[in-house]
Design a protein around this ligand. Structure first.
Ligand SMILES: O=C(O)CCC(=O)C(=O)O
Ligand SMILES: [Fe+2]
Length: 230
């Protein structure tokens, strides 16, 4: 297919849109570099511990608000107690462009102000079970980006974690947005395809996934003063 012809957008379910090859290689490179920085700190990337003692196979670091099962906080009490990195304005703008591309709705795009992102790193074995994203106070759409290895993204229904679902192949640069009637659909990643990513993104192996959301929370206390600033 000619590079000049935009690839079609696929509606997987009402409000759930897949846009293949949305990010340029340069944008993917910049995302990889930004995520590398966040993975190093102030809260290092880690396998999230689950309340019943398990650990997730995916590694996750958050910006804006820290997610741990099943709430958002400003500080990472389950990691090192540090405050998470701020949500950068350039990522707000990227989120708005994503919503505009997915829904072709300027008003919805302009109103979209993501304030948290989960950055997930999958090695060849990592998977994510079927779940709903429902710890946010807002029902604004979730914007998901893939860089690196492809995966099978299973997009289901709002009622059960089982069928009916659609298996979507998400490749490097792809955008997936789910909002509206699909905002609370169950979804998961049953399989990553090792070796399918282009090392030119800066990611030698594995799959990077960034999901932006609107946590919709307000701070009840001011940020702790920096050491020495009292
Ligand atoms: O890796 C993905 O594509 C999905 C990630 C996800 O569902 C989540 O972080 O809640
Ligand atoms: Fe999710």
């Amino acid at each position: 297919m000619s590079a000049l012809i935009p690839r079609p957008v696929t509606q997987v379910a009402p409000g759930a849109v897949h846009v293949p090859n949305w990010l340029t290689l340069e944008e993917q490179r910049r995302l990889v570099a930004a995520c590398r920085g966040w993975a190093a700190g102030p809260v290092p990337i880690r396998h999230t511990r689950l309340p019943r003692g398990g650990v997730m196979s995916v590694q996750t670091v958050c910006v804006g608000w820290h997610w741990q099962p099943y709430r958002y906080t400003r500080t990472a009490g389950d990691v090192n107690g540090a405050r998470v990195a701020p949500f950068p304005h350039w990522m707000v703008l990227l989120g708005r462009r994503a919503v505009l591309r997915a829904y072709d709705d300027r008003e919805a795009a302009d109103a979209y102000t993501p304030d948290t992102a989960l950055i997930n790193f999958y090695d060849g074995q990592a998977t994510m079970g079927m779940h709903q994203d429902k710890d946010e106070e807002s029902s604004a759409p979730v914007v998901s980006l893939t860089v690196g290895d492809s995966c099978v993204f299973r997009f289901g229904n709002t009622e059960t974690r089982t069928r009916p679902y659609t298996d979507v192949e998400l490749a490097s640069g792809d955008l997936f947005v789910f909002g509206g009637p699909s905002r609370y659909a169950y979804h998961g990643v049953p399989k990553v395809r090792p070796g399918t990513g282009d090392p030119a993104t800066g990611l030698r192996s594995g799959r990077l996934n960034i999901t932006m959301r609107v946590a919709g929370l307000t701070d009840t206390w001011p940020a702790p003063a920096a050491a020495g600033a009292r």
